[in-house]
Design a protein around this ligand. Structure first.
Ligand SMILES: NC(=O)c1ccc[n+]([C@@H]2O[C@H](COP(=O)([O-])OP(=O)(O)OC[C@H]3O[C@@H](n4cnc5c(N)ncnc54)[C@H](OP(=O)(O)O)[C@@H]3O)[C@@H](O)[C@H]2O)c1
Length: 276
């Protein structure tokens, strides 16, 4: 059975399941989602400065009744701060909004051309200060990771990428595994795109699990952590019930075959016209 946490290259444990909170910006929405999630056993919350809800996440984690050290909080540096060279300032502001002394994981949100190598140097300093227990990247392909390795001895602990049955980034996954980088799947539900797929629905019947649980479980069995987003209590609960069954090898292969390199999340506007 798949473990419920991953051992990062920092020797810290990271839960394999977390709550994504992108677009959870309604009044009290993210606080309520966090409260529901922790009662369902989630311990990881994934936010970013660009989601404009770090304040709410801060309130949510302060009120949720779980000691800080038992939670795993991730946030990310946005592209404009990288361009301004304001990594330290952006990080300090995130900590202030979250009202925490440290985050468990700080990520470079996108490999902004001409910036991400110098950003990584600043990330190293943040890691050394202890205010981020781990540092990592997001949306990096092997070529970006190779460039990073050429200038730094600190291997990212995590690469957060879009990953689901319609976007099986096998090459990046295998590369990351070979370097000790934990892959974490964002948009692990492809924002709903594969939930009515025929094969997923047949497997949903076979295993008596929802289509979302089948897709999330497929990622887990690939060794990939998942951070599904929902603000609905029923979905937060069911998305978390993925550690009590196993998809058989033949069925895993069926799901592998669904890949269509489909990206459900859009590329940020400021990177659309330049190859990153
Ligand atoms: N690093 C990056 O560049 C990056 C990019 C995108 C996302 N992320 C992170 O990854 C997290 C997850 O990705 P995402 O939010 O883009 O997409 P997602 O988790 O694949 O899908 C979320 C969408 O699916 C719905 N949903 C949730 N559970 C469901 C279920 N069981 N059945 C049917 N629909 C369901 C949600 O609606 P309801 O809320 O109404 O349930 C929401 O509209 C984000 O929240 C964010 O933390 C990171």
């Amino acid at each position: 059975m798949t473990g419920t946490s991953a051992l990062l290259n920092t020797r810290h444990q990271m839960p394999m399941l977390g709550l994504g909170v992108y677009k959870a910006t309604g009044e009290g929405e993210v606080e309520a989602a966090i409260s529901t999630a922790v009662s369902c056993g989630y311990r990881l919350i994934d936010t970013a400065s660009v989601y404009t809800n770090e304040d709410g996440v801060g309130r949510g984690i302060a009120r949720c009744g779980i000691p800080r050290e038992e939670l795993f909080i991730t946030t990310k540096i946005w592209n404009n701060a990288q361009r301004l060279g304001d990594v330290q300032g952006a990080f300090s502001r995130s900590l202030e909004r979250l009202k925490v002394d440290y985050v468990d994981l700080y990520l470079v949100h996108w490999p902004v051309p001409g910036c991400y190598l110098s950003t990584w140097k600043e990330m190293e300093a943040i890691y050394a200060s202890g205010r981020a227990k781990a540092i990592g990247v997001s949306n990096f392909e092997p070529r970006h990771l190779e460039e990073l390795a050429a200038v730094s001895d600190i291997v990212p602990a995590v690469n957060q990428i879009e990953f689901h049955p319609y976007y099986y980034q096998k090459e990046t996954l295998e590369y990351c595994k070979s370097k000790g980088i934990q892959v974490q799947a964002y948009a692990p539900l492809a924002r709903g795109a594969y939930l009515d797929n025929d094969i997923i629905c047949v497997l949903s019947m076979k295993y008596q699990k929802t289509p979302a649980q089948i897709g999330l479980r497929w990622s887990l069995q690939k060794g990939v952590a998942v951070i599904p987003k929902s603000t609905r209590e029923d979905r937060i609960a069911s998305n978390g019930e993925i550690f009590d069954f196993e998809i058989e090898a033949a069925d895993m292969e069926l799901i592998d075959g669904l890949n269509q390199n489909f990206r459900s999340a859009s590329i940020p506007e400021d990177l659309r016209d330049i190859p990153f």
